[in-house]
Write a protein that binds this ligand. Structure first.
Ligand SMILES: C[S@@+](CC[C@H](N)C(=O)[O-])C[C@H]1O[C@@H](n2cnc3c(N)ncnc32)[C@H](O)[C@@H]1O
Length: 256
């Protein structure tokens, strides 16, 4: 899978992506990250990529010409051209479901804004998708692009050493992950739940499912609406919610 990043700071890439799991995927050529300098598509001698906003106001805006040139150049260069994505706090939220959709693409172009953003005509005419990493504002799209690349690249088949580690992550089946423990079984006087040391795989599976339901009910009750729970699980979740705060039940559509 190939990511083409359009930025005024190409030297930031691959940055933290060169480490750990994604770093190994880059070394094995399972994932490629190409950073393109937006300024190369600006005019000499100043290589200016921004201008004041029409209508006045603070800040600068990326002008359309260098951006259009950079997007066209990526499309001409990349053999496979997938969606052009603009990172913006105004976009759809990056979720596991969005990452999974993007992981099917063979190539993605990521446009990183700065200042007040980019000329709206580029958004209307050349951007296929707008994605936000959360309801807060960063100074530029480079960190959001890295977050997106990391999130999507770890879903590329073979990127993770053990594919099971992604299969059971939070959000994959709509639940938060269950609590995790490792050795020693007793630390200070804090003891790992007995069931996890029992060797009884069916009991371990049942415990993990229950604890994932409990975590989700307590921390992210909004996720419960999308789950297909059996009647025992619904009763368990309702108990968790009652235990936490009795007036929360109305917030949980889909749980009787
Ligand atoms: C200072 S922000 C511009 C914010 C813009 N004026 C607004 O209110 O939507 C500069 C750039 O950072 C990036 N950015 C900032 N916050 C982001 C977020 N939450 N998700 C994705 N990109 C973001 C975008 O590329 C944006 O164009």
């Amino acid at each position: 899978m190939r990511f083409d990043v359009i930025t005024i700071f190409p030297e930031l890439f691959p940055g933290p992506l060169a480490q750990g799991v994604i770093g190994r995927a880059l070394q094995r050529d399972l994932v490629r990250v190409h950073a393109h300098d937006l300024r190369e598509h600006a005019e000499p001698p100043h290589w200016k990529v921004d201008d004041e906003p029409f209508g006045g106001g603070a800040g600068m805006v990326y002008t359309p010409k260098p951006l259009a040139g950079a997007i066209d150049a990526v499309k001409a260069e990349a053999a496979l051209t997938g969606p052009v994505v603009f990172l913006t706090p105004q976009g759809e939220r990056l979720t596991h479901a969005v990452a999974q959709e993007l992981a099917y693409e063979e190539q993605i172009t990521l446009v990183c804004g700065r200042y007040e953003g980019i000329d709206h005509r580029i958004r209307e005419q050349m951007i296929d998708r707008e994605i936000s990493i959360g309801d807060y504002v960063l100074t530029g799209g480079e960190l959001p692009a890295m977050v997106l690349i990391e999130t999507v690249a770890r879903l590329v088949p073979e990127a993770l050493g053990d594919p099971d580690s992604a299969r059971f992550d939070s959000f994959v089946d709509g639940l938060l992950d269950h609590p995790q423990y490792t050795r020693p079984a007793e630390f200070r006087d804090w003891v790992v739940p007995e069931v996890l040391r029992s060797g009884d795989h069916a009991r371990v599976r049942a415990w993990r499912r229950r604890e994932a339901l409990r975590m989700t009910a307590q921390r992210r009750p909004d996720l419960l609406a999308c789950l297909d729970l059996d009647s025992d699980e619904k009763a368990f979740v309702a108990d968790c919610l009652r235990g936490q705060k009795s007036d929360r039940e109305d917030d949980v559509p889909g749980v009787d």
